[in-house]
Ligand binder design. Structure first.
Ligand code: CTP
Length: 405
């Protein structure tokens, strides 16, 4: 899986209760195709055994400077990225001091690769000015500091100090590994999920969109180094770590958020399933069921704002590259082409509303891409996460001037 395939991650584990999460992180990295070398500090070995990592990586885990000559240099040199997780206050202080008194500190010091430090400790230790100064020192030499999260801690206290979850650390490693990218530094706005239109205070009209496609696009663009704003409607899917999240409910709220985010955007990825209809007159209190079973009930609806149409003039003036979607049940290519032109898109991803394994509520999708020159490309059925990268590859190729400026 891009960008992990065949890449080497050096994972340095220090001694904290969160060390077990680094075993889960190792599994995720291997599933994504990376090779993982693990170094444990002496304290880490008290929390989690070498064999746990050896079983997952199929290679020896390292803990001593004296097991293998030159391991302290080779491990750091061969790594494409170094991840310190969990990073205790002690290890952070030793790294900040430039210590090289065990394998962990020596390998990090000797590595030319980007370093990601994921702190985990008690809140008071984290907030102590000495720890803060040490962290600032590491950040000052270019180490990325990921976390800590705020929440319940092992000792029963609560506050900042929790190790980020593996799902939050993984995309940060991906971002550090993205070397072949034209999106670094570009401003990307992505929309995802359904919108709701209220009928009354307890009921609404919505649709079956899960938000997966938009989340996958936002996550992939962020991983490629873009600054991403993800505007999403209500849904049960967890939001991807990385992008700035703006949560909205109605199409009107999504339009307002979109107009703000587009001000300085380079690219719009418009994957939201914006509701087309809204009640003309939503009831201020719960509508009562006054009629009997089977009796007809009128609901007066009107068409809501079309977000691509509303933003078209602005996008065209600013030259914002726009990927849109078209959900069709018939005449897909012709209708997709018509939507591309009418709504001012540069690229339209047409997907079927009826094909099994495609469209709403599915992990997979089948997309036909149409560009402004009328070129039609059929992509094979694939996971939405893979399709997101296929789409971004096309966008980077279609607008090299834009993404490299
Ligand atoms: N879209 C939008 N605002 C809407 C509806 C859709 O901006 N109110 C965007 C979608 O995010 C998508 C594109 O327009 O990128 C096409 O969406 P689709 O649902 O296929 O088209 P509709 O305009 O709703 O047309 P129809 O329902 O007639 O097929």
């Amino acid at each position: 899986m891009r960008p992990f395939d065949g890449r080497r991650v050096l994972l340095v584990v220090s001694g904290g209760i969160a060390a077990y999460k680094s075993a889960i992180l190792t599994r995720r990295l291997i599933e994504a195709g990376a090779g993982v070398e693990v170094i444990l500090t002496a304290a880490a070995e008290r929390f989690i055994g070498r064999v746990t990592f050896e079983g997952m990586t199929g290679r020896p885990a390292h803990a001593s400077l004296w097991d293998r000559p030159m391991a302290h240099l080779d491990l750091g040199l061969e790594a494409d990225v170094v991840v310190v997780a969990p990073a205790t206050a002690n290890l952070i202080s030793r790294l900040a001091a430039g210590a090289a008194d065990d394998l962990a500190t020596t390998a990090v010091l000797a590595s030319p690769a980007p370093v990601i430090v994921c702190p985990a400790m008690n809140t008071r230790m984290w907030e102590h000015p000495i720890t803060q100064a040490n962290v600032a020192r590491l950040a000052g030499v270019g180490y990325a500091i990921a976390g800590p999260a705020d929440g319940p801690l092992a000792e029963g206290e609560s506050g900042p100090g929790r190790l980020l979850e593996p799902e939050e650390i993984l995309p940060r490693i991906g971002r550090a590994l993205e070397t072949e990218t034209g999106l670094r530094g570009r401003k990307v706005v992505a929309t995802a999920g359904p919108t709701r239109a209220a009928l009354d205070p307890v009921r609404f009209i919505s649709n079956r969109s899960s938000g997966r496609m938009g989340f996958a696009l936002a996550a992939a663009a962020w991983r490629r180094g873009a600054e991403v704003t993800l505007i999403s409607g209500p849904g049960r899917m967890p939001r991807p770590a990385g992008p700035d999240a703006v949560e909205v409910e109605t199409s009107g709220e999504m339009l307002a958020a979109l107009e703000t985010a587009l001000t300085d955007a380079d690219i719009l990825l418009m994957a939201a399933a914006v509701g087309d209809f809204e009640p003309i007159d939503p009831a201020p209190s719960k509508i009562k069921k006054t009629n009997r079973t089977g009796n007809a009930f009128d609901l007066a609806l009107r068409t809501g704002p079309d977000l691509l149409m509303e933003t078209r003039t602005f996008r065209e003036r600013k030259g914002i590259f726009t990927l849109g979607f078209a959900l069709e049940t018939e005449d897909a290519v012709a209708r997709g082409r018509e939507k591309l032109e009418r709504k001012g898109m540069h690229l339209v991803a047409v997907n079927s509303a009826v094909e099994p394994g495609a469209g709403f509520e599915s992990r997979t999708n089948r997309i036909t891409l149409i560009d402004r020159n009328g070129r039609v490309e059929e992509l094979p059925l694939a996971q939405k996460t893979e399709l997101a990268d296929e789409l971004l590859d096309r966008i980077e190729a279609a607008c090299p001037a834009l993404v490299k400026k």
